[in-house]
Design a protein around this ligand. Structure first.
Ligand code: XIL
Length: 372
């Protein structure tokens, strides 16, 4: 498929574009793995661009900032480019934090992933009071303002986040929210078309939650996402990648082989696959730290073994790097999703020390065996 132009989407070869990004981000040609090598260098040898989300923490924590330099070749804005972070109280946009993260990415040769232009979950109250016509205008102007400011500087945009949530009871299983209410399901295609008209360089991704689980909701969302992908591609919408978040969860059933089969279904559409928010909710694992760390590492190993066997998987991103700054450390999230117990979801502990997860990820990247 390398270099192949798809009749529905003439233009830059998708695989070549990202392959170039992976190769460039990997820096020097593959060298023998050394103990000091970071995850991104190991991943790059397996054709994977490895990164992690970042928030305001790296502004304040020099050790954490250094960890990103050593371990990643890509950063994702966790908070800075979300609608509610940019426009908390009205039309004025607060770009300061996103500008700093973009500068950090540029200064350190990291691919910059923008998360996320349109998401029905995080609209502030002042947005929900707008009329349908005002929402339509705000939808367009928000994309123009934000994608326009960073045109040519964003490697990958999560253009639309989490389009589906069947339990909202909306037609087609779409996630409810102001953009769906104002524009209908067509808001997805409209967002992609508008970003593409502003930034012809960024790779454009549709990012979805929950499909990585083996439960009822995942079984409902997967076919909905495949149909959405087909509708976008058949309409000639510039969709380059699908992001699957990968918030693994010890409280939910899992079937990594079936998830990999789902990835192969996506791959048949000739678009890249990105794991975009990898971490593990370890709530059902034992309290004892050594055993809990072992089970979290085993969860990463099982998931990555199946996922990395799919050749179209080209990006793996953790949702932060250190337990100290995981979203699970947020008191509200900890109370809601962990019954109040501190989580250990990531490759580094709260003192930036490598955990068994780090070794499991390094091994999964090093031992990647692509099948079919
Ligand atoms: C999370 C942030 O990390 C938290 O700090 C915030 O409180 C809630 O949102 N899926 C997504 C991310 O796509 O944007 C969410 O990020 C986590 C779930």
């Amino acid at each position: 498929m390398d270099g192949e132009q798809d009749s529905r989407r003439p233009g830059l070869s998708r695989r070549a574009a990202l392959a170039g990004m992976v190769a460039a981000a990997a820096g020097a040609p593959a060298a023998a793995q050394t103990s000091g090598e970071g995850l991104a260098a190991i991943a790059a040898r397996a054709g994977i661009l490895f990164g992690a989300s970042v928030a305001r923490d790296i502004d304040e924590d020099a050790a954490y900032r250094q960890l990103y330099r050593e371990e990643t070749r890509q950063i994702t804005t966790d908070w800075a480019l979300k609608f509610d972070a940019l426009r908390p109280d009205g039309e004025r946009i607060r770009f300061e934090h996103a500008d700093r993260l973009r500068g950090f990415a540029e200064d350190n040769g990291l691919a910059f992933r923008g998360h996320t232009l349109i998401w029905n979950e995080n609209a502030p109250d002042w947005v929900r009071k707008k009329s349908t016509a005002e929402l339509g205008r705000l939808f367009d102007s928000h994309i123009e303002d934000v994608a326009g400011r960073y045109a040519g500087q964003v490697a990958i945009w999560d253009v639309v986040n989490e389009p589906f949530w069947p339990d909202h009871g909306k037609p087609g299983g779409y996630r409810d929210g102001p953009w769906l209410q104002a524009l209908g399901k067509g808001y997805v295609a409209a967002a992609f078309r508008r970003v593409a008209s502003i930034d012809g360089k960024a790779r454009l991704a549709l990012n979805e939650a929950h499909t990585e689980h083996g439960d009822r909701l995942a079984a409902m969302i997967r076919p909905l996402l495949l149909r959405q992908i087909d509708e976008l591609l058949d309409a000639g919408v510039p969709l380059h990648a699908v992001g699957l978040q990968g918030h693994l969860d010890s409280r939910l059933p899992a079937d990594d082989k079936r998830f990999a089969d789902f990835l192969r279904e996506i791959a048949r559409r000739k678009i890249e696959i990105h794991i975009t928010e990898l971490d593990v909710n370890d709530r059902r694992y034992p309290d004892a730290v050594a055993e809990r760390d072992r089970q979290v590492a085993a969860r990463y190993a099982s998931f990555l073994k199946e996922v990395l066997a799919v050749p179209e998987v080209r990006v793996v991103t953790c949702w932060q790097l250190s337990d100290r700054y995981s979203w699970y450390a947020d008191p509200d999230v900890r109370r809601k999703l962990l019954d109040g117990r501190a989580a250990r979801p990531l490759p580094f502990d709260d003192r930036m020390r490598r955990k068994p997860v780090w070794q499991a990820m390094a091994r999964a990247f090093s031992e990647r065996r692509v099948t079919g």
